[in-house]
Design a protein around this ligand. Structure first.
Ligand code: MCN
Ligand code: CUN
Length: 796
């Protein structure tokens, strides 16, 4: 059982200079980034390239009466203006969403959210294109907007999706998990029942780089080259082939360096399709890059879950039952991204890390006049909502029972002997040592001492809070038999080639947006075969140069692609054994492996290094029967289950009594992601996710006024945290390997965003306890906290 505290003040410090395998290896991609030599989609400039700009709806709900493009077309530099009517004959006015709905590329009948795409101008440069938008004359017949999801199913509200045949309401779907009747029985006999409404507001991933594409269609060869900000190049290519009718092998999709995705770059946006259409229409390459407001107003939002929770327990704190009843606002088109069978993502994880007699969850999703999207933003497919929910509920019960929230959790954890554990809501957790991790975290933060400090401060009338969150995620979708997107099963390919001189190239199907795949995937190969990581190149983000796979989201790269890379390397290692045996004139069974070479059992001096074997594989030697003359291999890995990383997070806040301002004074994250490939990268992932958590807990929200105007459409209004608002992160770890992953690794990329908001909000509520507050919704802005302190908070 391994555990520890991370480097605190020199996170870049290497444990050893250059580990051959796992360890704190400096990022291989950084020399290019720190020199400004990254190559992003907006850096792509092609000969004769034109620029597109999108005219967007100024209102949330309106019928389009007419669109006059003549004046715009007459402007200097304008090459074409495309409207929905032009797309209809191409069958491209509407495209499928990732959730089997359709979404307008350009509005033909109505606009359904503020910022929706209405027309596309193609011009010689970006300025000419943008200026021409002003000259397009659209006549709108304004309709009542539906803004509040709580009223979406009322009888007298407008029907947003009248484009769908036979549709008379705004209902999308009902989804359930767990056992309603058994849970009711548990509640009926429970000594204590508490309920709480918990809202996870609409937020936005807001990556540094916005979304964009450069499309280059060659009418002679029929080939489409598409540079695109995509987290899933292969899946995008297949879907574009299906939608645009261009043969898949004629589409070359390249996702170059990506300036952050956080889920924002999973979906296929109208702008991508318009760049393609624009290139086909004009015969030139066309670039489309959105600006910040377009990004915030029109691309995948996240969350927007209104959750009613009920928790049943005994008086001494044994958890019995948990019920969640959720209203999900999906916006104007159901474009949420998750495996087909999971319309509420992996909300099935809402029972969290505890044993229950019974649980029941229900999610009802509805249309509103807001931007489509859903699940994006470091969410592990709605695990963000699920763990925020259960961690708030458990704390709410602790308040009711007047019990320490750490003690309450410790009393109810799933025990190590219970794994693999059926969480009663459809998922089987692979491994966990929750109690140990919790104790490790309590020790690192000095929990008892903090409670003493808090008691002293409370006696002086100061507001100090200690918040806890103990989350369990499920990451690494597939398996294919349960998980697909638009019929594409979730598995990943990997190809490894060891060249004659012993240098290697590994090709993967996932796409880094900053997660350091070029480093960590080379480390997996290095660990398995002993070639130094600097001798291993990782190729990704280019459909012509990589095997098929479903891409990077839901922290699936390590659980799925990482497994594929480990297995393809083992395949090469096995092949190397056959060749080494021939070289050493012995039987393969008589050879033993040590990192980097095969040697004869009992005679370590007689051996061949992997580099020697690589040269022999390509040389003049007679290879054993059935062995190809190379040292290459390929695999497709279909995971047997998700991996279940988890963590114990502690947050200490101070609240200014006179202003309601919350300061996060300390934050400790103890994560368990199984085997750790690169602790420095893990630390970076955790730091970033914790910063997201502070953002959502304290400042981020996309709100709408009653007309449906987006009030979070710029960084003046949509606040994201800077170094000023976050503390010096404290991190620690435990290691509980995944039993079914070849190297025992679980994902980490979203853990901190999933786990941290509950710890912060629980801490705020804990600080406000002396004022009688038992609940508050995110973001805990000074105004909201002030209101709560004055007793204006929603009744518990
Ligand atoms: N890692 C490791 N040991 C482990 C697990 C992971 O060293 N046991 C390393 C991996 O090798 C990888 C990184 O940590 O380099 C993240 O791995 P993983 O958890 O598999 O997550 P993904 O690579 O699939 O990344 C996706 C995840 C998601 S879904 C979002 S959202 C998010 C996140 O990553 N977006 C990010 N982190 C981000 N970080 C950056 N910089 N930019 C984003 O857009
Ligand atoms: Cu849900 S955000 Mo990440 O899975 O790309």
């Amino acid at each position: 059982y391994e555990h520890g505290r991370e480097h605190e003040h020199n996170p870049g410090a290497a444990d050893s200079d250059r580990p051959i395998g796992f360890g704190r290896l400096q990022r291989k991609e950084d020399p290019r980034f720190v020199r400004g030599q990254g190559n992003y989609t907006d850096d792509v400039v092609l000969p004769g390239m034109l620029h597109g700009a999108i005219l967007r709806a100024p209102v949330a709900h309106a019928r389009i009466v007419s669109i006059d493009t003549s004046e715009a077309l007459a402007r200097p530099g304008v090459r074409a203006v495309i409207t929905g009517k032009d797309l209809e004959p191409l069958k491209l006015a509407w495209i499928p969403t990732l959730s089997y709905d359709v979404q307008a590329v350009l509005a033909t009948d109505k606009v359904r959210f503020q910022g929706q795409e209405v027309a596309f101008v193609i011009a010689d440069d970006r300025y000419a294109a943008r200026d021409a938008l002003e000259s397009i004359d659209v006549e709108y017949d304004i309709l009542d907007p539906l803004v509040d999801a709580r009223h979406a199913l009322d009888a007298d509200v407008p029907v947003i999706r009248d484009d769908l045949e036979g549709r008379t309401d705004n209902h999308i779907a009902d989804w359930e998990c767990g056992d309603a009747a058994a849970t009711q029985a548990v509640f009926d006999k429970a000594e204590v029942v508490v309920s709480q409404e918990i809202v996870y507001p609409r937020v936005h991933p807001a990556p540094m780089e916005t979304c964009g594409a450069v499309a280059d269609f060659n009418p002679v060869s029929g080939e489409l080259t598409l540079y695109e900000t995509s987290q899933a190049p292969h899946a995008h290519r297949t879907i574009i082939a299906m939608v645009a009718g261009i043969p898949e092998h004629k589409i070359h999709l390249i996702s170059p360096d990506i300036g952050g995705g956080f889920g924002n770059k999973v979906g296929i946006y109208p702008g991508y399709v318009l760049a393609i259409v624009g290139s086909i229409v004009t015969g030139h390459p066309v670039k489309w890059m959105e600006d910040r407001s377009e990004n915030l107003m029109s691309t995948s939002f996240a969350r927007d879950y209104i959750m009613q929770g009920e928790i049943a327990a005994t008086k001494d704190g044994k958890l019995l039952g948990l019920r969640a009843n959720v209203l999900a606002d999906h916006g104007a088109f159901n474009g949420t991204a998750q495996p087909t069978k999971y319309p509420a993502g992996f909300f099935n994880l809402f029972p969290g890390s505890y044993t229950w007699e019974s649980v029941y969850g229900k999610v009802t999703s509805v249309y509103t006049n807001k931007a489509p999207g859903g699940v994006a933003y470091a969410c592990s497919f709605r695990v963000t909502e699920a763990s925020y929910f259960v961690e708030r509920m458990v704390d709410r019960l602790a308040i009711e029972l007047n019990m320490d929230p750490a003690e309450l959790r410790l009393k109810n954890f799933i025990a190590p002997s219970q794994f693999p554990y059926d969480n009663k809501a459809g998922f089987e957790y692979d491994s966990g040592e929750y109690e140990k991790t919790m104790h490790h975290a309590m020790k690192l933060i000095g929990y008892d001492e903090l409670r003493r400090e808090q008691a002293e401060k409370r006696a002086r009338g100061e507001l100090m809070g200690i918040g806890i969150s103990f989350f369990t995620e499920g990451v690494g979708a597939g398996p294919r038999k349960h998980m697909d997107i638009l019929g594409l099963g979730m598995a990943d390919g990997a190809e490894l080639r060891v060249h004659p001189t012993g240098k290697a190239v590994v090709r993967i199907s996932v796409q880094s947006q900053g997660q350091a795949h070029e480093t960590t995937f080379a480390q997996i190969v290095a660990e398995e075969i002993g070639i130094p990581p600097e001798d291993i190149d990782v190729v990704h983000g280019d459909t012509d140069r990589t095997p098929f796979g479903l891409g990077t989201y839901g922290s699936r790269s390590t659980p799925v692609s990482g497994a594929a890379v480990a297995l393809v390397t083992r395949k090469v290692r096995d092949k190397a054994r056959l060749i080494a045996a021939a070289m050493l004139e012995t039987r393969p069974e008589d050879l033993e492996w040590e990192k980097g070479r095969w040697f004869v059992k009992g005679d370590p001096s007689a051996g061949k290094t992997i580099q020697e074997i690589a040269l022999a594989a390509h040389g003049t030697m007679q290879l054993p029967e059935g062995v190809d003359g190379n040292l290459d291999a390929e695999v497709t890995y279909d995971p047997p289950n998700l991996t279940y990383p988890y963590g114990a997070y502690f947050c200490v806040t101070d609240i200014d009594k006179d202003t309601g301002k919350v300061t996060v004074r300390r934050f400790l994250a103890v994560d368990d992601c199984g085997t750790r490939i690169n602790p420095m990268v893990i630390e970076g992932q955790v730091h970033g996710g914790l910063t997201d958590g502070v953002g959502m807990a304290l400042m981020e929200i996309i709100e709408f006024d009653s007309d449906g105007n987006n009030l979070g459409g710029s960084f003046m209004d949509y606040l994201i945290p800077t170094a000023m608002e976050v503390p010096d992160w404290e991190t620690g770890y435990t290691v509980t390997p995944s039993p079914h992953h070849p190297i025992g690794a679980k994902g980490i990329g979203e853990s901190a965003t999933v786990g941290s908001p509950a710890a912060i909000v629980n801490s705020v509520i804990d600080a406000l306890r002396p004022t009688g507050v038992t609940g508050i919704d995110m973001p805990c802005t000074p105004a909201r906290v002030w209101d709560a302190m004055q007793g204006h908070a929603k009744a518990p």
